[in-house]
Design a protein around this ligand. Structure first.
Ligand SMILES: Nc1nc2c(c(=O)[nH]1)N[C@H]1C(S)=C(S)[C@@H](COP(=O)(O)O)O[C@H]1N2
Ligand SMILES: [Mo]
Length: 433
């Protein structure tokens, strides 16, 4: 081994990634990389001791056949969505969180995508579903799925985040002992494919005073939001496909509005009606839950962008580091509704010193971005943080700074720096710094 010098990049054991790889430590058995494997964090799996002994059973018999539609391994059944306790499965309003601390990379499997439905999930017959465009247009239009499918379809990898993601850290006076899924599970990343809405609006022909569009879903309860026309003529799509297949019912089958970078609530699922207007409608969905109450009592409406945000997923809340000290890789996700992530800084000493993490490619606009940094944990109590900056220069605020802006009970659009505390026994806990 030529180069065994590990370069430190910040206090608390953060290492330069290049020197870490060159040192060979990652591969050497004398310094095992205590990769934070989910196996040690979740239910233990039984590994066969097949070195020098008998062959395992599955090597002695033919396997079973594949099926028409594949499912995750039966050994991974414990990786599942989590249902918010105050929204029971049987109720029409339910919030399911994605297990982001089990995800690697930037794509969330469709079956694990987070899901928020205010009026239950409608069972829509695709052959009967229609999309209407009317209001301040020259020519009202009505499409069935077959006619829509003849338009050009574009695809992009984007995140979708509920405005209420990480609400417990916004409103709770004490940091709750919750895991990444409970705190950060209302975000997912997918490849979304659909028809640019500008094609359909241009075909309908917009009247000169057209400024807003009221977008309505076909769920009982008619979820509706007023969206500025400028966004719909920019990067909005009528999404039909998610990760290469038609949308899942939970995500809006057979079609949804998808607004890259904007709060999840505005991406109206099961969309069936677009009414072009000159002013917003102030629907229940935009005047109630999805308005932000500021510190001075004023109300901020139509705050659509999701701010720059990040979270360390490995290690994260309620996990247990397998070894009392040693090499770990800190890894997490960063995203911004304003564009691309420019860099992510990580601190292993509670925010005194910081080092830039490596960003995995691709780094895409309004998309989850995966970051990593090697870390040599000395076994001391440590607090690890991540702070993302986007290409427009937006930086994640501290929790105190975020709190200064909003009323104490306001919880939407929380994007403050997340801190995880690691005690001497390797237990990871949500903390405020
Ligand atoms: N028609 C309709 N659209 C909807 C909702 C809804 O209840 N009905 N929920 C909204 C909310 S609050 C969010 S965060 C996103 C969630 O999208 P997902 O369920 O695909 O994750 O959908 C939005 N679109
Ligand atoms: Mo939401």
């Amino acid at each position: 081994m030529k180069n065994k010098t590990l370069k430190s990049v910040a206090a608390g054991g953060l290492l330069d990634r290049r020197s870490f790889i060159l040192s060979g430590l990652a591969l050497s058995s004398t310094y095992p990389l205590a990769a934070l494997s989910q196996a040690t964090l979740e239910k233990p799996r039984s590994m066969p001791d097949n070195i020098g002994s008998e062959l395992p059973q599955w090597m002695k018999v033919p396997g079973y056949g594949a099926s028409e539609y594949g499912q995750p391994s039966g050994h991974e059944k414990h990786i599942k969505r989590y249902l918010e306790k105050n929204t029971p499965e049987t109720s029409i309003f339910s919030i399911w969180h994605t297990p982001i601390a089990n995800q690697r990379g930037i794509i969330t499997p469709s079956g694990l995508h987070f899901s928020v439905s205010h009026n239950g999930i409608p069972d829509i017959s695709p052959e009967k579903h229609q999309l209407m465009i009317h209001g301040l247009v020259d020519k009202p239009l009505k499409f069935d799925i077959e006619s829509l499918m003849r338009y050009p379809i574009v695809s992009n990898i984007n995140f979708l985040e509920c405005a209420g993601n990480t609400a417990p850290n916004a409103v709770s006076f004490n940091a709750l002992d919750q895991n990444c899924q409970e705190l950060f599970g209302q975000i997912s990343g997918s490849e979304w494919a659909g028809i640019p809405l500008k094609y359909l609006l241009q075909e309908a022909g917009l009247k000169p005073n057209a400024k807003w569009v009221i977008v309505e879903g076909a769920d009982g309860g008619s979820h509706a939001r007023s969206i500025p026309l400028s966004k719909l003529l920019d990067d909005a799509i009528i999404a039909m496909y998610q990760n290469g297949e038609r949308l899942r019912p939970e995500q809006g089958y057979p079609m949804r509005l998808f607004l890259p970078g904007w709060e999840g609530n505005a991406s109206v699922k099961w969309v069936h009606r677009l009414e072009v207007t000159d002013k917003p409608a102030f629907t229940k969905d935009e005047s109630g839950l999805y308005s932000d109450i500021l510190e001075d009592g004023r109300i901020e409406r139509f705050s659509f962008h999701m701010g720059v945000k990040s979270v360390i997923t490995h290690p994260s809340g309620k996990q247990q580091l397998p070894d009392k000290k040693g090499f770990y890789e800190i890894s997490g996700l960063a995203w911004s509704g304003h564009g691309k992530i420019k860099y992510v800084e990580v601190s292993a000493d509670g925010g005194l010193t910081w080092a830039k993490a490596h960003l995995d490619s691709p780094v895409l606009s309004k998309s989850l971005t995966r970051f990593h940094i090697p870390w040599q944990w000395q076994g001391h109590e440590s607090t690890i943080l991540s702070r993302a900056t986007d290409e427009q220069g937006n930086v994640q605020p501290t929790r105190d700074k975020w709190r200064e802006k909003y009323a104490s009970y306001s919880f939407n659009h929380y994007n403050a720096i997340q801190a995880w505390h690691i005690d001497r026994d390797g237990k990871v806990k949500n903390v405020y710094v």
